[in-house]
Ligand binder design. Structure first.
Ligand code: SF4
Length: 317
């Protein structure tokens, strides 16, 4: 009798667990569907806003083996399937011969998903090691060499666009770094002609936030290749700015979105670059203009809603 009672309870527990598991699985499925929709919407919108991809384009998708480039490839494949125009994709990886680089991972993956690809083998690692003194950062020479090689490969493959996996947070970081260390209001554009003048470089994930990329890449179980193989330190200033932006966002939700929006709403007359606004020629027009100077009235902003209430916000760089 006692056993029957225990069995009943055990059965009920199992049933409850199954129901909870089903509910959790449904929730994960719903979230994953929402994530995919959001990512596709963001990428589609950026492609349209900047006319990134046109009919007949051959897009060279630069694949490093990191979460960003894997995600970009997935999203461009999805775009290709639903785009109103035909375009081709070719994934390209530059194997820089860093020690321990797992050569088989990307070819195996790309064969599995059935995407045309090209692996370019160039030992830039040895060049960088030979030229840069021990302990100095290797990234600037390394990326210069990589850029040159990728441009050449794009030409050889007949690619009309070069797609890079930078996302919204990379763009904001670059903007802040240029301001803090370069004294310029300059970001990372969604679309630009290369410095050689020969290629159009696009960043289809310009509107995508990094958190979504992390979620997507984890969900898809991308075979990530660690980016520390070269032994070079991550750019410390970029890391600091990234942390600063994340701290701001945690304290003031929406700040990153506002900053990104600011990059798309530039008002040259309210900055101080005479090359972009002819301040010397300014004359009173006699016509009211809401965007004109309001003299002593300070601009009004919606009140900040910090999650904590700091009296003074100290930002350590
Ligand atoms: S981290 Fe390594 S591979 Fe990346 S740019 Fe720097 S030196 Fe090159």
């Amino acid at each position: 009798m006692v056993n029957a009672w225990i069995d009943d309870v055990a059965e009920e527990n199992v049933d409850a667990q199954i129901a909870a598991d089903k509910k959790a699985a449904k929730k994960i499925e719903r979230e994953s569907h929402k994530l995919e929709k959001r990512l596709c919407r963001n990428v589609g919108q950026a492609i349209v806003d900047y006319n990134m991809i046109e009919a007949g384009d051959k897009v060279m998708v630069c694949l490093s083996g990191g979460k960003d480039s894997f995600t970009m490839l997935d999203l461009l494949i999805k775009m290709q399937q639903r785009a109103p125009v035909h375009f081709d994709l070719i994934a390209v990886n530059l194997d820089q011969k860093q020690p321990g680089f797992p050569e088989h991972i990307l070819p195996d993956y790309l064969k599995k998903i059935g995407i045309p690809f090209h692996i370019e083998n160039q030992d830039t690692y040895s060049i960088v090691k030979r030229v840069i003194p021990e302990g100095k950062t290797m990234c600037s020479l390394c990326s210069r060499l990589r850029r040159g090689i990728l441009y050449r490969v794009a030409e050889e493959l007949g690619a009309t666009k070069i797609a890079l996996g930078h996302h919204r947070d990379d763009m904001l970081q670059t903007f802040m770094l240029n301001m803090f260390h370069g004294g310029r209001l300059k970001g990372m554009p969604a679309k630009l002609v290369s410095d050689t003048g020969k290629h159009v470089v696009i960043r289809p994930m310009a509107y995508v936030n990094e958190k979504d990329i992390v979620r997507w890449s984890t969900q898809q179980q991308h075979p990530i290749i660690p980016c520390s193989l070269c032994g070079s330190q991550e750019n410390l200033q970029r890391v600091q700015v990234g942390n600063m932006l994340r701290e701001w966002q945690a304290k003031y939700p929406g700040r990153i979105e506002n900053m990104f929006s600011a990059l798309q709403h530039v008002v040259p007359s309210h900055l101080m670059d005479h090359r972009h606004h002819n301040f010397k020629a300014i004359q009173a027009t006699g016509v009211a203009d809401p965007d004109g100077d309001k003299a002593f009235d300070a601009d009004e902003f919606p009140s900040a809603s910090p999650t904590s209430i700091p009296e003074i916000q100290v930002v350590r760089l």
